[in-house]
Design a protein around this ligand. Structure first.
Ligand code: 5GP
Ligand code: ZN
Length: 112
């Protein structure tokens, strides 16, 4: 199910430009437009899922694939000494874009 007003569906389809980090038939990854860390990109499913709370057991393989990609892509993007994975979910979870996305945040943090 695609939501044609969804900005991340449009990014996954190439209709809105984004700095692509990775793509396969099910998953798209791109740099966050407003980075909160030296390395900050988002991993999304191409299929429109409004949030993690909208995923079900049938999405387990897709979610596993996204999670398993994180360390490889983080390393490729320059996060060599660790990273955070954040999935804001729902209004009280601070989710602003209603298409499931995994934030990967890493890189040197000189303020620490
Ligand atoms: P949320 O608060 O929903 O977890 O995070 C949404 C993230 O998407 C934010 O970090 C925001 O900077 C990013 N974002 C929103 N719109 C765009 C866009 O059009 N392009 C890119 N690359 N990132 C976006
Ligand atoms: Zn979408």
């Amino acid at each position: 199910m695609q939501d044609h007003d969804c900005i991340f569906c449009k990014i996954a389809k190439g209709e809105i430009p984004a700095a692509k980090v990775y793509e396969d038939d099910e998953v798209f990854a791109f740099k966050d437009i407003n980075p909160k860390a030296p390395v900050h990109f988002l991993i999304i499913p191409k299929k429109h899922l409004a949030s993690l709370a909208h995923a079900d057991a049938g999405d387990a393989a897709l979610l596993g694939k996204m999670l398993a990609l994180a360390p490889r892509l983080a390393r490729e993007q320059g996060a060599e000494n660790g990273f955070r994975v954040v999935i804001n979910t729902g209004r009280d979870g601070g989710q602003e874009v209603a298409h499931l996305h995994m934030h990967i945040l890493g890189g040197p943090q000189p303020w620490k």
